[in-house]
Write a protein that binds this ligand. Structure first.
Ligand code: PYC
Length: 310
C-alpha cells in the first residue's frame, strides 16, 4: 500500500494535480533525463495519478523534482491521460498557486525547470500568476491538411512548449454545446496531419490542435484538443504561446501588446510577447484555485491500481 499526497487545483477550469509527496525518485540530472526515467520506469505512476478510477481523462498531473539549477524553485514534469507534456502553462500556474497555498512560496519571481527549458512565474499579491514561457515560434504557415471527401483545413504549425496546429475557424460554433463535433473535427485533423507526415521541426508529432473564432469578451476564442482526445477547459497557455508567435510573425502583435484569449468554457488568459536575443518569449497571465487536498492510495491488490486505461 503506497500513499501519495497531492493538491488539486484548476486554472480557468482545467485541472492540475500536483504530487507533493510519495512520487518516484527519478534518476538523471536534467529534467529531460528525468522525463526519460519516468517514461521508461514509472509510467504506471503517471497513469495511477491521473487516470480513472482515481482521476479522469482531463486531469493533468505535475510531479515536482529537485531543481538542477540552484536558482530554480523546483523542477516539474507534466503528464496526462496518455503521456507527457513538454511544458504546461495552466499547470505551471497550478503549481505556483499550490506552493503558495502550502505557504512554501511568497509573491515574487520564481523559476521552474521543465523538460523543454526554464520558465519564470511571477506570483502577484492578488494570486494572479504570469508565466514567461519557453521561446516560441511559428515553424510553418498556411499548411494544407486534407480531412476527407474533398475537404481541407489550412493552418499554421507552431511551437509553444508543445506542438500545435492552429486554424482559423470563424464560421464554426465554438461553444460547449458543439464540443462533440469540435472534438471529432480536431481529432480528424490530428490524424490527417499524422498520415500526411506533417510534423514539428524535428519530426515531432503535432499532438495539440487549436481552432480560433471570434469572442465577445476577448480578442479571440479557442477550442484546443489535447493529446488524449480531451479538450482544454483553459485557453491553453502553450497554445496561446503558439498563437502569439503566429500573430507576431504576421505583424499583428507588437512586443508588450496584450492579447486576450478566451477558452471554450469562457475563461481568459492575457498574453503578450517579449523579444530577447532574437527569440520570442510569450508571457501568459492567469489564476488557479486550489480545490482539493488528497491522499491517493495505491494498493497493489487493486486490479485497477494504475488505472482502467493505462
Ligand atoms: O496550458 O499549456 C497549457 C496546457 C497544455 C495542455 C493543457 N494545458
Amino acid at each position: 500500500m503506497k500513499k501519495v499526497q497531492a493538491i488539486d487545483s484548476h486554472t480557468g477550469g482545467e485541472p492540475t494535480r500536483v504530487v507533493i509527496e510519495g512520487g518516484p525518485q527519478l534518476s538523471g540530472a536534467s529534467m529531460a533525463e528525468r522525463l526519460q526515467c519516468m517514461r521508461s520506469r514509472h509510467d504506471g505512476f503517471r497513469s495511477a495519478v491521473v487516470n480513472e478510477p482515481r482521476g479522469s481523462d482531463i486531469m493533468v498531473g505535475a510531479l515536482l523534482c529537485p531543481a538542477q539549477d540552484p536558482d530554480c524553485l523546483t523542477g516539474v514534469l507534466f503528464f496526462n491521460n496518455v503521456g507527457y507534456l513538454g511544458m504546461c502553462v495552466h499547470g505551471t500556474i497550478g503549481v505556483v498557486a499550490t506552493l503558495a497555498y502550502l505557504g512554501r512560496i511568497q509573491p515574487g519571481r520564481h523559476r521552474l525547470e521543465t523538460p523543454v527549458g526554464k520558465v519564470t512565474a511571477d506570483l502577484e499579491e492578488s494570486g494572479q500568476v504570469s508565466v514567461t514561457n519557453v521561446a516560441s515560434y511559428r515553424f510553418a504557415q498556411d499548411v494544407k491538411v486534407c480531412i476527407g471527401e474533398g475537404k481541407a483545413m489550412f493552418g499554421d504549425v507552431a511551437w509553444g512548449g508543445n506542438w500545435f496546429f492552429l486554424a482559423d475557424a470563424p464560421d464554426l460554433d465554438l461553444s460547449l454545446d458543439n464540443e462533440p463535433f469540435l472534438t471529432e473535427l480536431t481529432w480528424t485533423i490530428r490524424q490527417a496531419l499524422h498520415e500526411a507526415g506533417i510534423t514539428g521541426d524535428k519530426g515531432q508529432e503535432i499532438d495539440h490542435i487549436e481552432l480560433f473564432g471570434p469572442s465577445r469578451r476577448a480578442d479571440s476564442k479557442n477550442f484546443v484538443l489535447c493529446p488524449g482526445r480531451t479538450y482544454d477547459r483553459s485557453p491553453c497557455g502553450t497554445g496561446t504561446s503558439a498563437k502569439l508567435a503566429c500573430l507576431y510573425a504576421d505583424g499583428k502583435l507588437r512586443p508588450g501588446q496584450i492579447w486576450r484569449q478566451e477558452s471554450i468554457v469562457g475563461s481568459v488568459f492575457e498574453g503578450s510577447v517579449q523579444l530577447s536575443q532574437g527569440l520570442l518569449y510569450p508571457r501568459i497571465r492567469g489564476s488557479a484555485y486550489v480545490n482539493a487536498e488528497t491522499t491517493l492510495v495505491l494498493d497493489d491488490k487493486d486490479p485497477f491500481c494504475v488505472g482502467i486505461r493505462s
